[in-house]
Design a protein around this ligand. Structure first.
Ligand code: SF4
Length: 108
């Protein structure tokens, strides 16, 4: 198995995505949590099955996932709310693992 650190697209922990009621919104760490479980309305609108891994999802490990529709310029990142923060950080062990790797990398 390829170590996650070798295939991650992220090289550092992104800044917080914003604040809600003064509380920081955690950034997306490309864990794949959302798009591996179901397809968003944008993906369905472009022909993907609503259930299971979205056919537009690219990448094969936590930290490497990206939206092919955005990558190819079919839709803007704002269309899928990329950069708006993570809506599933609790219990997301894949995201936790990416965060640990990025934090360890930052420590050197
Ligand atoms: S890969 Fe893109 S189109 Fe598919 S569910 Fe994720 S954000 Fe939506």
């Amino acid at each position: 198995m390829i170590p996650v650190a070798l295939v991650m697209l992220l090289t550092s922990v992104p800044p917080v995505a914003g604040y809600i009621d003064g509380q920081p919104i955690r950034p997306c760490l490309r864990s794949g949590m959302c798009c591996l479980k179901a397809t968003c309305a944008v993906g369905v609108g472009h022909g993907a099955d609503p259930e299971g891994r979205c056919k537009f999802l690219r990448g094969d490990s936590a930290g490497s996932y990206s939206c092919g529709l955005v990558d190819d310029g079919t839709v803007s990142k704002d269309t899928i709310h990329a950069g708006a923060g993570c809506c599933s950080p609790l219990g997301n062990t894949a995201r936790d693992n990416v965060l640990k790797i990025l934090q360890n990398n930052a420590r050197g």
